[in-house]
Design a protein around this ligand. Structure first.
Ligand code: ADP
Ligand code: ZN
Ligand code: MG
Length: 499
């Protein structure tokens, strides 16, 4: 990719008032690249492992050496088919690879093998939810392609004058997913991308890790006067490698468009780059200088045919998707819609909750602990459930101890942070620290007697008919037992002794 050129369209200097902004409607379509979770690259046997030393996973095919021939990775196709089904796309019986020709050092062959006029799948949708409202976003197409190598501009000797290239990424399997221009705000675009990520993760198609580049997004955006039909001239924004940048870049770009139009100018159709440091987009290349990719069918690969029986196998291997799991959680565990949403946010969270529910035998309590105390503690530590030091088995075990009357709910809340720091099971900690609930009536009676002796005034009031004083006395016993007494048992014992 070329270094960003100076901006050609005018720069917005005055801020747009909310009133002016409201007169325009943004139109947005996203192009998302997701790396398919295969062990080897799309056209050769090189490993796809992330983080290996530069240029250690290469061969004549992914280095683009003359005469090397590509062989299509079946697993990459299967994962792309799975993604297509999850996104309600229609898989084409026959699709075809094409050469997209351009000259750049990260592309050793001088062309990228992609799909063009015959993509793998077309015409799907993804449902997004915002503030309780549901909306279907059309998906135009999904196609397979190979990734380019990675140019490295920093951190090497002579980085000032030289660009280094890591060909490990060359030939990584990608699915490109192109949305219809159905999104109407940066927030909708954000919701689309998070929902898409969730579906692809659930379908186990991709890790969707934006930091590692296994999920990348380009945004197309235009504005039109609200109430009109025709789309405005669009701009493509690249380099959006986080959800926040997507939203920020769109907000910036929409305001810029409105500023240009309000000032009597015209939007130039161009590609722009999001500049993280400057917090703005800048022109990269305009349509006049747009590449003519001279696409033509890839002669080294036969057309890709997908049989009905293959599709049937893909369908039957499909993991449970977020919407289905949400429904099932509401049914099976009697969860509220909100709780089901939170607990299915990621596959890992859902798995964790289900295991906790199974071990504890109490789904409602499991939901409360996972979303409440555990979530709060993990957040405090800056960790996530995927790396929780408290296993689902152990959280289930903690809940079970409460149900069995072995510890009180209050003690359980004290034990959980200790589980987090030690990784130990709840009963191990309760045993070690003597936190088990006092089940020995003799021991409990002793404390009750002491409390009665120490509070003659309250005892007299109770005997005189002031029933509510019992709460105070129960509290005193709980305090004396350091929370280890069972409040119900204390209540019964006290009442028995005070008649
Ligand atoms: P191009 O020919 O520039 O590749 P496409 O029609 O293939 O454009 O669309 C590419 C992406 O741009 C798609 O995600 C599509 O939804 C989006 N798009 C198309 N037209 C507009 C527009 N006027 N405003 C915003 N997004 C658009
Ligand atoms: Zn290779
Ligand atoms: Mg296009």
């Amino acid at each position: 990719m070329a270094k960003p050129a100076p901006a050609t369209s005018r720069i917005v200097t005055s801020r747009i008032t909310a009133e002016v902004a409201a007169a325009y409607e943004p139109v947005i379509g996203l192009e998302v690249h997701t790396q398919l979770k295969t062990a080897t690259k799309i056209f050769c046997g090189c490993a796809t492992r992330f983080g290996d030393p530069p240029n250690s996973n290469t061969c004549p095919v992914c280095l683009g050496l003359p005469g090397a021939l590509p062989v299509l990775n079946k697993r990459a196709v299967e994962l792309a088919l799975r993604a297509s089904l999850a996104l309600h796309l229609k898989v084409q019986e026959s699709s075809r690879f094409a050469r997209k020709n351009y000259f750049y050092p990260d592309l050793p062959k001088g062309y990228q093998i992609s799909m063009y006029e015959l993509p793998l799948a077309t015409g799907g949708w993804l449902e997004i939810e915002r503030e309780g409202a549901h909306k279907r976003i059309g998906i135009t197409r999904l196609h397979l392609e190979e990734d380019a190598a990675k140019g490295m501009h920093e951190g090497f000797p002579e980085s000032g004058t030289k660009t280094y290239i890591d060909y490990n990424r060359s030939g990584m399997p990608l699915a490109e997913i192109v949305s219809e221009p159905d999104l109407r705000s940066p927030a909708e675009a954000y919701a689309y991308l998070t929902t898409l990520k969730q579906v692809l993760e659930y379908a186990q198609v991709s890790d969707c890790n934006m930091e590692e580049g296994s999920l990348r997004c380009d945004a197309n955006v235009s504005v039109r006067p609200r109430g009109t039909e025709a789309f405005g001239t669009k701009v493509e924004v690249k380099n959006l490698n986080s959800f926040r940048y997507l939203q920020k870049a769109l907000e910036f770009e929409i305001e810029r468009h409105i500023g240009v139009l309000e000032g009597g100018g015209k939007i130039i159709q161009e590609t722009r780059l999001w500049n993280v440091a400057a917090g703005r987009t800048a022109a990269m290349r305009s349509k006049e200088f747009a590449h003519d990719y001279r696409y033509f069918p890839e002669p080294d690969l036969v057309p890709l045919r997908v049989s009905e029986s293959w599709m049937a196998r893909i369908r039957s291997d499909m993991p449970e998707l977020p919407a289905a799991r949400r429904e099932r959680f509401i049914e099976q565990y009697a969860l509220t819609e909100y709780n089901a949403d939170v607990l299915t946010a990621t596959r890992v969270t859902g798995d964790y909750f289900e295991k906790t529910a199974a071990v504890s035998g109490d789904a409602r309590a499991a939901a409360n602990w996972v979303m409440g105390d555990l979530a709060a503690l993990l957040k405090e530590q800056g960790t996530e459930i995927i790396e929780s030091p408290v296993s689902a088995e152990n959280l289930g075990g903690l809940i079970k101890l409460i149900a069995q009357g072995k510890i009180s709910g209050k003690i359980a809340k004290e034990i959980l942070p200790k589980m987090l720091s030690s990784g130990d099971a709840a009963d191990v900690i309760a045993e070690r620290e003597g936190l088990h609930q006092i089940s020995d009536t003799g021991a409990l009676e002793k404390i009750v007697d002491e409390v009665i002796a120490a509070n003659p005034k309250q005892v007299e009031q109770y005997r005189g008919g002031k029933q509510t004083v019992i709460a105070f006395l129960v509290g005193q016993v709980m305090k004396a037992s350091r929370g280890q007494a069972d409040p119900a048992a204390v209540n019964t014992l006290l009442k028995g002794k005070l008649v």
